[in-house]
Design a protein. Sequence first.
Length: 603
Amino acid sequence: MFDKETLNGVIKSFGLVFGDIGTSPIYTLTIIFLLTKPTEANVIGILSLIIWTLITIVTVEYAWLAMSLGQKGEGGTIVLREILIPMLKSGRKIGFVTLLSFIGISLLFGDGVITPAISILSAVEGMLLIPGFEGTGQDTLVLIAGVIAIALFAFQRKGTEKVAGAFGPLTLLWFISLAVSGVVSIIQAPFVFKAINPYYGIEFLLENGIAGFFILSQVILCATGGEALYADMGQLGRLPIIKGWYFVFIALSLNYLGQGAFIIQNPGTKSVLFEMVFQQAQVLYIPFLILSIIATIIASQAMISGMFSIVYQGITTRVLPMLKVDYTSSELRSQIYISSANWFLLISVLFVMFLFKESKYLAEAYGLAVTGTMTLTGIMMTWIFYLKRQKFKTLASLFVTFVDMVFLLSSLHKLPYGGYWSLVLALIPFGIIMIYTSGQKRLSTALKPMDLGEFLEKYNYIYMNMTKIKGTALFFARDVKRIPPYIVNTMFNNNIIYDDNIIVSLIKTDNPFGISGSFKNHLSDGLRIFEIYMGYMEVVDMEKILKASGINEKIILYGIEDIVTENIVWKIYSVIKKLTPAFVQFYKLPSHKIHGVITRIEM
């Protein structure tokens, strides 16, 4: 059933993919039973809702439907957009899908901030059960959680390659601990197994009416992190993640059933998981608490790495500005560190920790962004399956999208209780994306590039009649049919022309991976086109590609736009442009050869 490679992949998936969903048992039932009475009927009904949420959202939506829509093994919101756009003919539909993907990316940021905050804080709160620590103040607990978060984010610059190997086995130990503690508790009340029947979940909703509907906004906490199955698919492959999920699903289900059995026997319980373990094996409680803190750190690490990947995908698909990227591994080019994203996340995590102070209040803000992301995934998946004429998958996808929408509507009641903070945090990247993409379009129009035919006419005259500089000059242009003004100014206004002039064009492909660089053709004497085709998730070593093709440039020229505007939106765009690295700096081309040519633009 498992070869050695698949088994290694499954163990790695525990730390990389299932960390977030694996820490949900720390707080899910604790939060739910702050809002509803712990009667036997309520416990069985809620356990039924949890198990069927894991089946519907995680197993059906992500493990089956979404993971069948990979591109060269890659998954995520941007991948869905890249699959869907070529299938659409209408410009309006493409615009709508693009907007959906922008919202999806932004909501992941809102979710990504609350994930480490609630996970670390809820684990640290488990200290209150240790004899002698019962009176620890909440401010002290927040401070400890804050120190853990600072240490975690500060470590990112070093890269996680050296410690990543320990993530899988430690998280496997965490899941085994969850399963064992669940089984021990179930033995005392085996009747909780009837919660596997969906009838009890439906009965709970019908009997509790609007109150039961709002409970769904806390039930969804059991599935937070489910989206990682699809988003992280490219790092491990589909098979190890799906096989890993079978094990994780059983471990989580046993633990939730065990917690339910414990609540029925101890209706006054406050912190369900920690009190259950404390009662079962007091001597093992401190090791379990340490393991739970490690599990939340690993879950947070997976989220941070995922955020870096999303930001990089955003940069390469030109929806985000070119932020500074560092490569933390000499062997794994996919291991990256983006300092601006890292510190933005840390500041946001600390802010929500100190704002909400307790995990139970953080839970009130948690889930809105998650259900929003799940709903958008469902809409885009359904559209793709419909266009592919896969009827059964279209119907299944419609059903899970309806379930997602029910959870989203239920979560809307969290808005006044702090839920708006996840949207406020999501608005920051959304605003940057909208301003940047609109600014790029406006800038492209304002630059007034020269048509290739007119450019060649002028170039041939200059090249034949002017003294040329010896050596090779590199220029960069997005579309060689429209020559940017800085090349025109350099050659025709400043009379700078070299023996060998190469226009380099970087072309994004529809596939996530693959890099190829080659000369397209000689446009004229001393003028060549070099095209680099790259997947939208590919980390490109530009200098290596140029050297491999025999290009030994003397100078690299690139355009700098000096934007003059009275419009507040374009002023913000201008600031974003100034704060982010230029194209040639982003691709780490040799600094001693780089020369920027300024073009003044009125917007």
